[in-house]
Design a protein around this ligand. Structure first.
Ligand SMILES: [Zn+2]
Length: 277
């Protein structure tokens, strides 16, 4: 967390509030927040800049600046939040503040764990950003393209879905939910999915992510919308975090396994296990 739906929720909430405002100055309050950029260059790029727009790429928020300045990327990582306020926040975890003008206000980057970052998209951006794969809610994400990506990978499919250089924006929660919706076993090697499962998983990813965006994301612990409110999708999770509970589709007990160090929740009955060869 946060994944594509949570980041999209932040972008949609901030876009009408930030559009056409000016950044008076950017105040960096913790050394780790700017570890992917030169802090002085970051502050200089933001200083006095008019905000041209806001968009999402994978799990990154891109703040576009006018006047030929490079965009600023915000990566929330585990616990980062962008919160609007009129004055200083009481939180001890404010890592950066965009001081805004017209009207005056603050966009606060709050991050308890300090994994989150701000960096310039000026050619010096980290490798993880440059290598981002296809956007799953875009028209570029066709069944054909997805099939091609899966066919060239022997990784177990649920772990494959977490690889940002393949499909961007999916994290642990929505990977589990999409595999369940598609009735795909999370341990099935990606290249062995077969046409029917590829089509089902493609449709499930778009459906699950689309519904989660509509519900303004999932709040399990840290995620907050910019107005401080939680997301609404949490009560619609069918397998994630529900070990031992009945599958809503077939009533078998949801199981938890660990893949590449991450918990996977799935239904052992309706997500058929890989065929033995
Ligand atoms: Zn089931």
């Amino acid at each position: 967390l946060p994944e594509l739906p949570e980041v999209e929720t932040v972008v949609r909430a901030l876009r009408p509030v930030l559009g056409e405002r000016r950044i008076q100055r950017l105040e960096l309050l913790h050394p780790r927040v700017a570890r992917h950029s030169d802090p002085a260059q970051l502050e200089e790029a933001a200083h006095g800049a008019a905000i041209g727009g806001l968009r999402r790429r994978g799990k990154y928020i891109l703040l576009e600046l006018e006047g030929g300045r490079p965009p600023i990327a915000v990566h929330l990582r585990m616990s980062g939040q962008l919160l609007l306020s009129s004055g200083p926040l009481a939180s001890p975890h404010v890592r950066a503040v965009f001081h805004l003008a017209r009207p005056e206000g603050r966009l606060n980057f709050v991050d308890v764990r300090t994994f989150g970052t701000l960096f310039l998209l000026d050619g010096s951006e980290p490798e993880g950003f440059r290598r981002l794969g296809v956007e799953p809610l875009s028209s570029d994400f066709t069944v054909e393209r997805f099939a091609g990506l899966l066919a060239s990978s022997s990784t177990e499919v649920k772990s494959f879905l977490l690889r940002q250089e393949k499909v961007a924006g999916i994290g642990n929660i929505y990977a589990c939910e999409a595999c369940h919706e598609a009735k795909v076993h999370p341990r099935l090697p990606a290249r062995l999915l077969g046409r029917t499962r590829v089509q089902r998983l493609h449709a499930a990813l778009q459906a699950v992510l689309g519904r989660a965006v509509e519900q303004m994301g999932t709040t399990l612990s840290d995620f907050r919308r910019p107005d401080g409110e939680p997301g609404n999708y949490g009560n619609q999770l069918l397998v994630y975090g529900r070990e031992g509970e009945p599958c809503p589709r077939c009533r078998a007990r949801i199981q938890r396994i660990v893949q590449h160090g991450r918990s996977t929740f799935f239904c052992p009955r309706c997500q058929h296990p890989p065929r033995r060869r």
